[in-house]
Design a protein around this ligand. Sequence first.
Ligand code: HEC
Ligand code: HEC
Length: 336
Amino acid sequence: MLEYHAIIGLSIGVLLLFRIIWGFMDIRYSKFKDFTFSFYELKEYMLNIFGEKKEYISHNPASSWAVVFIIVLALLAVITGMLTYGTKEGMGIFSSLNNTMFKKMELFEEMHEFFANSLLVVIGAHIAGVVIDKIVHKTKTIESMIDGKKDIDSEDLKLTLIQNVFAFIWIASTIIFLVYLLSNKQNILLADNNQRVDYQKEHPLFYDECKSCHTLYPPYLLPKNSWEIIMSDLENHFGDDASLDKEDALSIKDYLLKHSAENSTKESAYTIVKSIKDADTIEITKTSYWKKRHTELQDEISTNPKVLKASNCKACHVNIEQGLLNDKDIKIPSKG
Ligand code: HEC
Ligand code: HEC
């Protein structure tokens, strides 16, 4: 679902840009100039939230701050989301950052989560305020958001033609943008820039030998040390004899070392290196990272006739043998 997550996030970004411009247009009540940002008034307002409090025609001090926080946090969530998408997945407008800033992927993701969660808290508080207004103070706040009519003695909101046109363009362009992203996922904002690897062409021997019994594991899924151990004892390879003549084994080993996890900027490579604390792990499926990602899939793996073994990675990761392990390349086969 990550692609859809990104599409929704980007569309929200467009909505936010319009709301910011709208806030600087001369529109009564919704322009930022009509907001109340005084801390003194905010304090008075919050202390009397259930009692008699001053009436505000435009946003009250609490909702003024809520709107600003919502816009800023949502924008930060969109930006850090795009950065995470780029550094971690190698996708979207910041995909090139995967090459240079991949070590920041977790930082961006944590920031993204922090902003998104803070946003939810502010939204919750904002809605709670509206509900208190409605139930305790019996105001028509919600209705006035839709019809622009104020129940207190003041002017109703009327838009000029230009403002109406702007609002129409705002809504229409967000819908067009959303439909565009959904229908064309290879656009600059979403594009997957992970290169397919043709292992058969890059190293025919590795391709032929290491895919004859199981999925061809991309070399970036294990660190150098693990490949050294595996390649030093092919006669006793997990109960099988996978031995090769010396020259061939050396050539494959060189290829594996050259493309090992330490030399890759992929999310899985980076995380596997970090998760292999016991330096002698030679099974991807024994790393804590792999186990964590597949705990809920144990039943699926053993009962699905199209999978049966954990090492049958390609049953679910359809492009793994081309070196692609992105979230959007995962398709669990139906049992039927
Ligand atoms: C004769 C069959 C055979 C050949 C050839 C073979 N393997 Fe394996 N390999 C196995 C078996 C059996 C396992 C245990 C996992 C399983 O049941 O599939 C295994 C497991 C592995 C694992 C651990 C996977 C995990 O569970 O995380 C790695 C890594 C691996 N092989 C790499 C290689 C490489 C690299 C080559 C090529 C040099 C190779 N294998 C060739 C049979 C083979
Ligand atoms: C039954 C299907 C299935 C099999 C078999 C399977 N996986 Fe997965 N794998 C998944 C699913 C689903 C996820 C996503 C889980 C999540 O993110 O919560 C995943 C996640 C991953 C991830 C993390 C990717 C990311 O971007 O978060 C890696 C790496 C991975 N698998 C590698 C492997 C390898 C290597 C094998 C074979 C040794 C394998 N998987 C076997 C279904 C499978």
